[in-house]
Design a protein around this ligand. Sequence first.
Ligand code: NAI
Length: 463
Amino acid sequence: MANYDVIIIGAGPGGYVSAIRCAQLGLKTAVVEGRDTLGGTCLNVGCIPSKALLHATHLLHEAEHNFAGMGLKGKSPSVDWKQMLTYKDEVIGQNTGGIEFLFKKNKIDWIKGWASIPAAGKVQVGDDTHEAKNIVIASGSVPASIPGVEIDEKLVVSSTGALELPKIPKKMVVIGAGVIGLELGSVYARLGAEVTVVEYMDAVCPGMDKDVQRSFKRILEKQGLSFIMGAAVQGVETSKTKAKVTYQPKAGGEAETLDADVVLVATGRKPYAEGLGLDALGVKMTERGQIGTDAHWATSVKGIYAIGDVIEGPMLAHKAEDEGMAVAEVIAGKHGHVNYGVIPGVVYTTPEVATVGQTEDALKAEGRKVKTGKFMFMGNARAKAVGQAEGGFVKIIADAETDRILGAAIIGPSAGDMIHELCVAMEFGASAEDVALTCHAHPTYSEAVREAALACGDGPIHS
Ligand code: NAI
């Protein structure tokens, strides 16, 4: 068998990006992937297919609700669900095929199958044992259910099943008001399903600032999603074609039930390292079942590294990608680095919600003196022109004394793209005034970012 400088286990965003960077740095590289296509959860059953469905259903929503007001009259499009799923699959195919092309271009070997690590320096795939000076585990994560709820991917589905339902349900119950629940809940609400989200906490998207959570929930409610907050789902019973969800209000009282055609379980994901043989190797794990790593992504066993969802930190494709590039540089003897303080998070609903850095609530709880600048999209001409001004805003959180930007949140059109202006600002240690003094083209959504920066100082112009 060939000898490699690096074998990477898993071809998701962490693994494939790491492989490309390893190859670019002159390392002989192979990737082991057991799926039929490259790209991992993100490209096959996660970020990319959900964005295809979010895009198609957004256009449907626009046609049904906003076209007439813009003078676009006539029949709204009807939904050909089979074709929409085909469109989604084509988008997946273009992306996974793209990674295959990049592997060939960079002379990366794809070892097809599921890997285990019999010893440091060895990777077993089927009957073959491959040798590698370095092994990078990028095996990702899988949906985590809750006690009493068994995912069958038919009536009770994870995000994977929700991306290929045979038909659009009339009633859908979503367990968990996190990113997956709200993105996929939006898709089915736009397709006409009656969507009820049951959430244990008192707010959507735990971890965001309260004002962001409140506005986001209000916007989603206007779009037709219903919420039952502060309620713990205790179980789901299924018959042949229906499901019954039982939940217990945290405030007390009787347990209640909801009927559904489909239940989406969106209660988080858990690291996936099964079958790798890490126990026998003595790789140290964290209490939460993640692979333990040091500041250079090295595990407790020499020559074995781990990155992405299988280690600690937010389970985000771009966090895994950054770690993938950085660990490649470490292995090549360079200085890989990830700034964990500036990793954006985006919810791809309409409007999008994007955050970066620290929240006002968390900073205040720590006793930090901060100031915030907030600007509503109602004051942004471009957002008004496209009918997306209502309810959204840009919020910048800065140090009260130094004016340095510590965090930001945006609810609004293209928030997921706009947040990067603030990411770059934070990378450069910018103050809110630096952003405020930067000329922004008119009319753009980004002007709202500048106005929020102005709001940290002498005040915005358009509010
Ligand atoms: P999540 O952790 O974002 O949200 C799970 C929610 O379920 C929480 O609000 C939690 O309080 C609630 N919950 C847990 N048990 C419950 C119970 N018994 N009853 C009611 N509610 C309950 O998890 P999610 O949405 O499943 O996403 C998993 C991971 O995938 C996250 O780390 C997320 O960041 C990532 N992801 C990111 C995306 C993006 O960046 N756009 C898209 C999809 C997933």
